[in-house]
Design a protein around this ligand. Sequence first.
Ligand code: NDP
Length: 399
Amino acid sequence: MAKVLCVLYDDPVDGYPPQYARDDIPTLEKYPDGQSMPSPSTVDFTPGELLGCVSGELGLRKFLEDAGHELVVTSDKDGEGSAFERELVDSDVVISQPFWPAYLTAERIASAPNLKLAITAGIGSDHVDLQAAMDAGITVAEVTYCNSISVAEHVAMSILVLVRNFVPSHQIVLDGGWNIADAVSRSYDLEGMQVGTVAAGRIGLGVLRRLAPFDVGLHYMDRYRLPAEVEAELNLTHHETVESLVEVCDVVTINCPLHPETEHLFDAEMIGKMKRGAYLINTARGKICDRDAVASALESGHLAGYAGDVWFPQPAPADHPWRAMPHNGMTPHISGSSLSAQARYAAGTREILECWMGERPIRDEYLIVEGGNLAGTGAHSYSAGNATSGSEEAARFSG
Ligand code: NDP
């Protein structure tokens, strides 16, 4: 029997929804690159239900308890004495979502001698100290591709929201006003602008494909070139360095994982190399940008806007400067947790558990760490090390 500790975000303030805005969600046959959808033996939920909160339990309780395992679900994840720290000490498996990350630091890993598997119900396992996981022989897996297109849609939306000055214009309506000049004095067309992505993986390429019909110039920087036919189809300009990309782009979107190589990649120096009036969109991870450098670039007018849904730590403290800085299009970390995405990552989490409990291999594309080394997708996209430092600050949030 295994003890599975699952950390999920809180239920809605008004309680678990009795009904939803829509009756169904589309059924997708496969991901854009042909990768197959999550394939557990079955699922015990209806796609479109809220699964990522405590009462949703990722739809796992019946499956785990029928098989004789114990499932503990909590949202209390930060600080000494949190339910997560108390329950972790004898847990075999930890499941966490990047939206509400249970930071698995080296100290926490050391407190959990039984821990064998850490599953990210989503994409991005930077909340786990990967070096400590490697040293402790813990397998780390995530549900690759489950919400990449969800995020690409959010990026496309955020670019338009910033460039068209949507948020302040909408606020005018809410306030009962009609101040057209106020709204349009920061509003532009995206058409003709130069748009670049840092990383052209599943999300980055999804963003490029979604923006191509807007008649923009498309740029990307990645360590590996995309196939020549994709470059030709989308008329892409490849950059060898991030610096060369940011110097020519009006809009920059960040779509690489957070790992020691990318932590604080967008510091004051890099932001200083961006065009005056550029827009920066970061749905990758908060720590890829320097918090104060972003806020001061907006205040000085060097950046015209910043949008995204990722912060560090999460939840962000009430006084986090990104909540109040000018010209921001920030949301809480939601882009990868649409109801559509939840159905995929809940099913993918169950697939990983079924493999692990049945002693069958976990798909290579889901693996980040295995057998003491980066593995699968992790070996391709991450670098060894730790990006969790400072996560204890999440305990300062009071919602
Ligand atoms: P992929 O693995 O498909 O793509 C990541 C890409 O980043 C790869 O192409 C990789 O390149 C590239 N990369 C890695 N390091 C660097 C670097 N130093 N410089 C440039 N490129 C680099 O992942 P996804 O596109 O699906 O997701 C990307 C990230 O987005 C996740 O790791 C996560 O942090 C974030 N995310 C956010 C979500 C949200 O809700 N906001 C949801 C899902 C993901 P290479 O070819 O060299 O490996």
